[in-house]
Write a protein that binds this ligand. Structure first.
Ligand SMILES: [Zn+2]
Length: 337
């Protein structure tokens, strides 16, 4: 539908008779020596005023007067319908942009964050690492952890056994072991971010022989070797800090940090690497790799029969299986080595 109108180019006062119509999201204007095709979005169309002609204002100062007010209104209505189609188009663009942003965030979370954590972990100074583990024990001793009830001689024997291990190239000393008791955590061992390994009495008591305990220690040394706990903690604290910033409360985050460490679920990949480290260490010392599978089986059985009601509610999720997932798969793999 074409309407007649009068066009002023904005530079001269001379009126040009033109016809105009809307095509899609564009206004088409034709006259003698004049052709304009303009985005409707880029035009200003003031609301109708009394019985004066309708105005179309161009960005460059050009101007159009349309005497047929009824026809112009109808033309705009038609254009409005196609503008909705245009908006639908831009809605898809917005959705695509959102999806793109989300997948970018996911990539950063899945790959960028672990990478950054690894880089940072390698640069954390030793004194800070030690302080981290001291802090850990300072906040959990007397609450979740209590002094070990193992005889001093027993602890020395295990520490000696660890010290006598021939370490793989690149390792200069065995992990620092801390013995503790904990009815809540049961038979467990944890590699801490600073590099110490926490060994709980129940684990020592569960083992049939010292080689099984050494096998668990070798596995935890694998986590220490690759700084898994520290990396995991760095990653979690970035996410945690972001969440705390969003929620606006950092204090609760700091208060739960040590327990979060114990709840840490390592990825399959971390477990596989720690197992591989342990297998190499054990083999290098003439200890059968199956010792690790043996103790894993015992741990799994022990934690499955442990009465959940004995566990404090806040730490109900804590057990060897939650920090060491896919135990069955690991046992199979270790038996195959
Ligand atoms: Zn592990």
């Amino acid at each position: 539908m074409w309407l007649t109108a009068v066009y002023y180019d904005g530079r001269q006062a001379r009126p040009h008779p033109v016809t105009l119509c809307v095509e899609g999201d564009k206004l088409l204007l034709q006259g003698r020596d004049i052709v304009r095709r303009e985005e409707l979005n880029g035009l200003k169309i003031p609301p109708p005023l009394g019985s004066t002609p309708r105005l179309i204002l161009f960005a460059d100062g050009g101007r159009c007067e349309v005497a047929d007010r009824q026809g112009f209104a109808e033309m705009l209505q038609d254009a409005g319908n196609s503008a909705v189609a245009g908006m639908e188009n831009s809605w898809w663009y917005a959705l695509a942009a959102l999806l793109l942003t989300l997948s970018l965030l996911a990539v950063v979370y899945l790959f960028g964050l672990p990478y950054a954590a690894r880089v940072v972990a390698d640069r954390v100074p030793v004194y800070l690492l030690e302080r981290m583990d001291n802090q850990f024990f300072a906040s959990l001793d007397q609450t979740l952890l209590m002094p070990s009830k193992l005889a001093e001689e027993r602890r020395h024997t295990l520490q000696d056994g660890l010290r006598r291990l021939v370490l793989p190239p690149g390792e200069d000393r065995p992990a620092h072991i801390e013995f503790r008791g904990s009815p809540t955590l049961g038979a467990n061992a944890f590699a801490l971010p600073g590099g110490s390994v926490l060994v709980l009495d129940d684990l020592v008591n569960l083992a049939s022989n010292d080689q099984e305990i050494l096998a668990v220690l070798a596995h935890e040394m694998g986590h220490v070797h690759e700084k898994h706990a520290l990396r995991q903690m760095l990653q979690a604290s970035v996410v945690g800090l972001a969440m705390a910033w969003y929620i606006g409360d950092v204090s609760s985050l700091l208060a739960v940090a040590p327990t979060v460490l114990l709840e840490t679920r390592y990825s399959r990949d971390f477990e596989r690497r720690a197992d591989a480290f342990a297998a190499e260490l054990l083999r290098g010392n003439g200890i059968p790799v199956s010792r690790l599978a043996d103790i894993l089986e015992k741990l799994e059985a022990a934690h499955q029969t442990a009465a959940p009601k004995q566990l404090a509610e806040s730490v109900e999720a804590l057990d060897y299986l939650s920090s060491h997932p896919n135990t069955e798969e690991r046992i199979k793999r270790l038996r195959g080595l």
